[in-house]
Design a protein around this ligand. Sequence first.
Ligand code: ZN
Length: 196
Amino acid sequence: MQCPALSESSAPRDKVLRTTDGVAAPPASQLRSRDVTRTRAILSATKGAVDGSWAASEGVRRSMQANRRCDTGPECALRSELHARGRRFRKDYRIDLDNLRVQVDVAFPRIRVAVFVDGCFWHRCPIHASDPKQNAEFWERKLRKNVERDRLVDTELAAAGWTVVRCWEHEAAEEAAGRVEVAVDRAVAREWLSCV
Ligand SMILES: [Zn+2]
């Protein structure tokens, strides 16, 4: 599926999963396609990491560069759905808050609505979150920090006047788009009321 190319510019993501040695992947059956791709890349990199650099070979580096989140299914599906509904937005939009840099999956900057599509494994979806048995301590810390950062982002964005909509990777695009539209329409109404 092609993502609507609506963004004037989309800065490359600076989201690198740094890992210590010996990382074990959760079973592939527990992961969605995006997670599987990422986890494979982590493992490939970890195997060859001898000099402390994360991407241990040019092949891994290329693979990670190609594995940008905007290429993943759930985000594309949501963007396509919103586009089909006539909504215009920016993708991979960077917001610089006072002490936090946030990369938003789908953004409506003028009315300040920020939409995230969270992976079920990485963000611990209440339905699909799993606790890997191997290297349990590493994963527990890693995933807990992800969730803590999500909540911090929510708080900081709200403080800066943004409405935050979080969609899950498992959520149907139509359902997610419906929630986004409600938030967008409310934000438009709020803006309109503030002008009269
Ligand atoms: Zn889920």
